[in-house]
Write a protein that binds this ligand. Structure first.
Ligand SMILES: [Zn+2]
Length: 457
């Protein structure tokens, strides 16, 4: 009890003055935390979410050990903004990281602590292994991590797997096997409770493919370049899944699995042609509905929960599970899902929010470009979803997700009463008048890196 009280005082100290206290002191029950983020991974392309192909045997096994959330919604459909919400439990308008690119000061706001800062101040060893530039320190996502491994850019050293029509140009990312290797090396030297964040980037694009030995198991399907890119997308998910399985199996064989909370979530999905969009950056369900699996001591193994939840609910769930004081758990905008994870409590009706302040141009291959000059804001209660178009309000959209999960029939004219209420919800967040940071402050190096990922022209 004394330890917990002291831990709380130290935490209040970081909330107040933002200095990491010395000496560190372990708070709570000392469970470990492994947070795995799957970049660009659609929920409906995983076996445990009903996909017909066997893309995810290891994640499926994890789902059988924990709780699978059927309807988890991300805060954004671009990597840094979404990850900032996952790491802070805050909506984008509160954590301050609004767009993928922007002015130098367009980083995660320092006025709220990250999960890594909170756990680090409580004696945890904190390590992050990220696989690409958009989830790196440039955006402030390293805050609180004692080890932050973003050593992904190595010219010429990636295996040049070329497939017809696909030219590998972006080397500012690394494959799942290397990220798992590095995370495991770090874990070997860690004693006591730890927070590990492993970020996997493989499904993001076809510029860095799984090793040839892995791809040789599969045959290229007949058909269009789109068919082949969809197939590659699934193969990359499969390879990433294999490497996540390796990470989790080492945890198990080291006897650490029983004392570890494991959270797996995507930052966003991928269009793959749905709604006329190949990549990500807009707010339809295939892009912001993400897989979320939570396992750990006390979780009801193999259960599935169909309540609407948000990626901002991850941080408070972890803090609650680690027995942090309610004032810490409730200091963020998300809500703890621990009662549901333990099968003791239903989740109240929540509202999910997402935005996209500068929809970018992305050219996944020659002859195709995702382009939209728009600022998008979405709210959903799980039944109704409203997407506000800031630049062309007449194009705003309202869908009934129960009747029309594919978002094909815009009901904004028929149900203007509901649209008005949901628009009001956005106004109450002071969101509709916000403006997007521009690119004036970007360094040449930043622009070149983003270009090599295909984010800007
Ligand atoms: Zn991403």
């Amino acid at each position: 009890l004394i330890g917990k009280t002291l831990g709380l005082i130290l935490l209040l100290a970081i909330f107040g003055c933002r200095e990491v206290p010395e000496p560190p002191l372990v708070t709570g029950n000392g469970l470990n935390v492994v947070l795995i983020t799957l970049d660009t991974t659609r929920a409906d392309h995983l076996g445990c979410y009903g996909y017909a192909k066997d893309t995810s045997p290891n994640l499926d096994a994890l789902a059988r050990q924990g709780v699978l959330f059927e309807r988890a919604i991300s805060s954004a459909a671009v990597t840094p903004v979404s990850h900032a919400s996952i790491l802070t439990g805050l909506h984008p308008y509160s954590h301050g990281l609004r767009v993928l690119h922007g002015l130098e000061e367009n980083t995660l706001s320092t006025s709220n602590p990250t999960l890594a800062e909170i756990l680090g101040a409580s004696g945890y060893q904190t390590g992050a292994f990220v696989s690409a530039f958009p989830s790196g320190s440039r955006f402030g996502l390293d805050r609180g991590f004692q080890t932050f491994d973003e050593d992904y850019a190595r010219p010429g050293s990636s295996p040049p797997v070329r497939s017809s029509g696909i030219v590998e140009t972006g080397l500012n990312q690394r494959r799942a096997d290397e990220t798992t290797d590095r995370a495991l090396r770090w874990l070997e030297g860690v004693e006591g409770p730890f927070l590990l964040w492993a970020h996997y980037f493989d499904p993001h694009d076809a510029r860095l493919l799984p090793p040839r030995s892995y791809l040789q198991q599969f045959r290229r399907p007949e058909g269009s370049v789109q068919d082949w890119l969809r197939e590659l997308y699934d193969l990359e998910i499969g390879f990433m899944d294999r490497e996540i399985g390796r990470l989790l199996s080492v945890l198990r064989s080291a006897g650490r699995r029983e004392s570890t909370i494991v959270v797996v979530v995507s930052d966003h999905g991928e269009g793959l042609g749905d709604h006329g969009w190949w990549t990500h950056g807009v707010l339809y369900e295939e892009q912001i509905h993400v897989p979320l699996i939570i396992a750990g001591p006390g979780a009801v193994a193999g259960s599935r929960n169909d309540a609407l939840v948000r990626t901002i609910d991850i941080v408070p769930t972890i803090l609650d599970w680690l027995e942090f004081h309610p004032s810490v758990v409730e200091s963020v905008e998300g809500r703890s899902l621990l009662g549901a994870v333990r099968g003791q409590q239903a989740i109240p009706r929540l509202v999910a929010y997402a935005d996209s302040l500068n929809v970018l141009t992305y050219r996944p291959w020659k002859g195709w470009a995702d382009e939209k000059d728009e600022m998008l804001f979405a709210v959903s209660d799980g039944e109704w979803k409203y997407i506000h178009h800031r630049n062309r309000e007449q194009e705003s959209e309202l869908y009934n997700l129960v009747e029309d999960p594919g978002e094909t029939t815009n009901l904004i004219a028929e149900r203007s009463d509901i649209a008005r209420l949901m628009r009001k919800n956005l106004e109450e967040r002071a969101e509709l008048s916000t403006s997007a940071p521009d690119t004036d402050g970007m360094s040449r190096e930043d622009i070149e890196r983003l270009q090599s990922l295909g984010y800007v022209q």
